[in-house]
Ligand binder design. Structure first.
Ligand SMILES: *Cc1c(COP(=O)(O)O)cnc(C)c1O
Length: 394
């Protein structure tokens, strides 16, 4: 295995271990536990004197392959695979904090992520300040003596704002705080938070990594010291482990990640460019377009626009509903990153629980629509939008 392989190669071969049968495809080890030849062997395993697995809540062979492959892709030293993206986010944040600590988080967060820092953490005496993460001055102003963690997602859901990851990491390093980045929207292919100075990266593997709508999963990646000091025991004793079956499914998904994300990104760019010219559309936000309000930061930290497009229809909710209902290829769904194109109206679905004020702050209006590009033929997707927009008044 070469560390210098490019991502497409690592994602097919990285981390593979074969059983005595020499199978081509990775095996699924659906086992809860492991047996030892002798009492002495069990003792040595428990003392950590010999390598090997102990119990599937701690780690298991198929999960290990998935974790190693993710480490190669991310450039991380170590990882833990979790049952869902939210298990990854909650573990990454809670494992390193105690009562009296303080989190600064960008307010534009995936709904459940916001609940973890805004609602759950305070129940355990962990304070949280939410800021408009686009301006570094807001992060700096929010710092307190007890600030231990900065948490952000970039680009954000659903309005694709970006946050200067290197800038936030520099501030964190000045006070010895850790930066946790939820890197789902950029994918591991277009943005490398660890290279930008962040300390911990989390994914919902449910999204592009599976990418085919099958199973939930998540992963936390960082350096060995942080994992050993903070996540290792938390993970063992609270049990957010991924099912080996899901680890196997995700290993298969990950092999085709670069192919799928490349096609999805090309389709997203084409839809963004098409929508920008349409009279019914007030505004298009796509990180791959020069007119993105933060194109300068994007140029510094992303190597591609990724697979999501946000746009605003002049006709508000009626127009958004009419468009979604008329589309034949993009299906109405709150999921994203799938090989099927998906479309959602955040104000009435994913972000309906926010107050009107919080939605305004995030730039989510009644006419905001989020499109997740699939791997279909781009000509078909654009033609479908052209046809469906006829149902929408200019
Ligand atoms: C989906 C998602 C999550 C949560 O992941 P699950 O696998 O659904 O638990 C967290 N963050 C972002 C940005 C997401 O898109």
């Amino acid at each position: 295995m070469s560390k210098n392989w490019r991502p497409a190669t690592q994602l097919v071969h990285g981390g593979t271990t074969r059983s005595q049968h020499g199978e081509t495809s990775e095996a699924i080890f659906l086992t809860q536990g492991f047996v030892y030849e002798t009492s002495e062997a069990a003792e040595a395993r428990f003392k950590g004197e010999t390598e090997g697995f102990i119990y599937a809540r701690y780690g298991s062979p198929t999960n290990d392959m998935f974790e190693k492959r993710m480490c190669m892709l991310e450039g991380a030293e170590d990882a833990r695979a979790t049952a869902s993206g939210m298990a990854a986010v909650a573990s990454a944040i809670l494992c390193q904090l105690k009562a009296g600590d303080h989190i600064v988080a960008a307010r534009a967060l995936f709904g459940s992520c916001r609940w973890v820092v805004e609602t759950l953490a305070p129940k355990y005496g962990i304070e949280c300040t939410l800021v408009d993460g686009r301006d570094l001055a807001n992060w700096e102003k929010a710092i307190q003596k007890n600030t231990k963690v900065f948490f952000l997602e970039s680009p954000t859901n659903p309005t694709l704002e970006v946050i200067d990851i290197a800038g936030v990491s520099k501030l964190a390093n000045q006070i010895g705080a850790k930066v946790v980045v939820d890197n789902v929207f950029a994918t591991p292919l277009f943005q490398k938070p660890l290279e930008l100075g962040a300390h911990i990266v989390v994914y919902s593997a449910t999204k592009h990594i599976d990418g085919q709508g099958r199973c939930l999963g998540g992963v936390v990646l960082s350096d060995k010291d942080w994992i050993n000091e903070h996540l290792h025991d938390y993970f063992r004793h609270t049990g957010p482990a991924m099912s080996p079956f899901n680890a196997w499914t995700l290993l298969k998904g990950i092999e085709t990640l670069p192919l799928r994300v490349k096609q999805q990104t090309e389709n997203a760019r084409r839809v963004a460019d098409f929508l920008a010219e349409q009279p019914q559309v007030a505004k298009v936000i796509y990180p791959g377009r020069k007119d993105h309000p933060q194109a300068d930061i994007i140029a510094k930290q992303m190597s591609g626009g990724s697979t999501l497009v946000a746009f605003e229809l002049k006709g508000g909710k009626d127009a958004a509903f009419a468009l979604q209902n008329a589309l034949q290829i993009a299906r109405i769904s709150n999921n994203l990153g799938d090989s099927k194109s998906l479309i959602t109206h955040p104000a009435t679905t994913t972000h309906k629980n926010l107050t009107d004020e919080a939605r305004d702050e995030l730039g989510i209006s009644a006419g905001t629509v989020r499109f997740s590009a699939g791997i279909e033929d781009g000509d078909d997707i654009v033609e479908d939008f052209a046809r469906a927009l006829k149902a929408v008044k200019a």
